[in-house]
Ligand binder design. Structure first.
Ligand code: NAD
Length: 459
């Protein structure tokens, strides 16, 4: 039997949880239970589902401090950010607790004759959710809560590295048996899930996402996938450099850069380069990698040894290719998988740091002669999720926003940061299918049917 062992990245000897992987057979059993439970769940009606989701939100909120501690311990999220994630998780469940009462369709005039034309939305049945470890409570919640609100049952396969958080979240939600089931496992369980559900929502790396999309489209079921980002920040010469540096340090080093919306490329335009390089290097040096349980920490560990090694190898190879390290560049002097927040300039064209997502506290500083070149550099990636623009001129910032490929554009704000009630997703290779969150999520988890109603007999 395979076990899933989840370790504390700040203290790799600390085994947070060890659970058996359910295997393909366990996924089949969860799917059968979900299918049985779904009819009754949908049959509860809007008020019944709303009440259940409201109670779930309250139970999660009552356990907030326990969940904060678990998130810090299991994924190394700094405690301030972990508190933010738990608060957001509660807000997500509360928000979707109102969704069962939203309009489930529209009424139209028929093109000809009398009668009614209705569109009605109804749940697909069983939703399969596959989630990463970096938002181990918020991402399972922003997928599960809308899917449940509109009447689906849910089977969730969380990342092995966030499995303790997912199991506790589902336990606290306290929904009827089979309505929300967590299946611990890896690729085998993920594949089995895609093979048996009616709709799939995935968040994770680009390469896994592509195989999830292929598996779902082969079965002809709806799928959405939110994948990796290599996000840019454009700093214009008229920007408030001190403010931009503070936002960028947050977007590069916050939670050790392990957000799909973290900044990996900083593009300074014209005269902004020198002052920004200096201010940003200083801001990163003032954000050292440290104990995630300490209130003053913004940058904790990266998730595991492989991630740390991949990051340090990339920094070393950039150095060997002529790049200069302006801040960080090495492991922190402590046990655990800590890398000091790093800024490099002069990275050779085509280097992996300019092409791949590294998911760590590392950014490359680039120079652009003008806005046109900056936009071209920013768009030179398939992983266009979130781009920030820093300028005192709203006209210039909005004009730049129109030309950027990203799914999220953040003006005078860090590239990281998401509002849970608006559509969320990337552009080009960073995203596939419908948007997540807000009304977009309710649409994604339901199928629209058109119903024509004609008068019976003479009219
Ligand atoms: P990952 O791709 O390694 O794993 C994601 C999930 O897929 C896990 O549950 C994993 O067990 C599962 N999985 C692995 N192989 C599978 C397979 N063959 N079939 C089905 N499922 C499989 O990602 P991760 O390391 O957990 O998370 C980090 C990644 O997630 C980063 O690339 C990050 O950018 C991305 N991410 C994206 C967003 C977004 O909204 N765009 C948000 C958060 C994280």
């Amino acid at each position: 039997m395979t076990t899933i062992d989840s370790y504390n990245p700040a203290d790799p000897d600390d085994l947070v949880v060890s659970v058996p992987a359910v295997g393909a057979a366990g996924v089949s059993a969860a799917l059968a239970a979900a299918r049985r439970a779904q009819r009754e769940w949908w049959g509860l009606g809007a008020a019944g589902r709303s009440l259940a989701l409201t109670r779930a939100a309250a139970a999660i909120e009552a356990a907030a401090e326990e969940l904060v501690a678990l998130t810090v311990r299991e994924v190394g999220k700094p405690v301030g950010e972990a508190r933010g994630e738990v608060a957001r998780t509660v807000a997500i469940w509360r928000y979707y607790a109102q969704a069962p009462f939203a309009a489930a369709g529209e009424v139209h005039e028929p093109a000809a004759g009398q009668g009614l034309l209705l569109t009605r939305r109804r749940p697909y049945g069983v939703a399969g959710l596959i989630t990463p470890w970096n938002f181990p409570l918020a991402i399972p919640s922003w997928k599960a809560a809308p899917a449940l609100a509109v009447g689906n049952a849910v089977v969730l396969k969380p990342s092995s590295e966030g499995v303790a958080c997912a199991l506790r979240l589902a336990e606290l939600a306290g929904l009827p048996e089979g309505v929300l089931t967590v299946v611990p496992g890896g690729a085998e369980e993920g594949t089995a899930l895609i093979g048996g559900v009616d709709v799939v929502s995935f968040t994770g790396s680009t390469w896994v996402g592509r195989s999830v999309i292929a598996g779902a489209t082969e079965r002809g079921i709806p799928v959405q996938a939110e994948m990796g980002g290599l996000n840019a920040a454009l700093v214009l010469p008229d920007a408030d450099i001190a403010q931009a540096a503070a936002h960028l340090a947050n977007a590069i080093a916050g939670f050790a850069g392990q957000k799909c919306t973290a900044t990996g490329r900083v593009i300074a335009v014209g005269d902004a380069y020198e002052p920004l390089a200096e201010a940003l290097a200083k801001a990163l040096q003032q954000t050292p990698a440290a104990d995630p349980a300490a209130a003053s920490t913004a940058c904790g560990p990266v998730i595991n040894r492989q991630s740390l090694e991949r990051l340090t190898e990339a920094i070393d190879s950039a150095r060997a290719g002529g790049a200069a390290v302006l801040a960080g560049g090495a492991r922190a002097e402590r046990a655990g998988w800590f890398l000091e927040p790093t800024l490099v300039e002069g990275v050779p064209a085509g280097h992996p740091l300019l092409v791949e997502e590294f998911f760590g506290p590392v950014a490359v500083l680039l120079h652009a002669a003008d806005l046109d070149e900056a936009v071209e550099l920013a768009n030179d990636t398939r992983h266009s999720l979130s781009t920030s623009v820093h300028s005192r001129s709203l006209d210039v910032a909005l004009a730049a926003a129109d030309r950027l490929d990203a799914g999220m554009i953040r003006i005078n704000a860090p590239s990281s940061g998401v509002d849970f009630h608006l559509p969320f997703g990337g552009a080009k290779g960073a995203s596939y299918g419908a948007r997540e969150q807000g009304q977009a999520a309710l649409d994604f988890y339901t199928a629209s049917r058109t119903v024509s109603v004609l008068p019976a007999g003479e009219y």
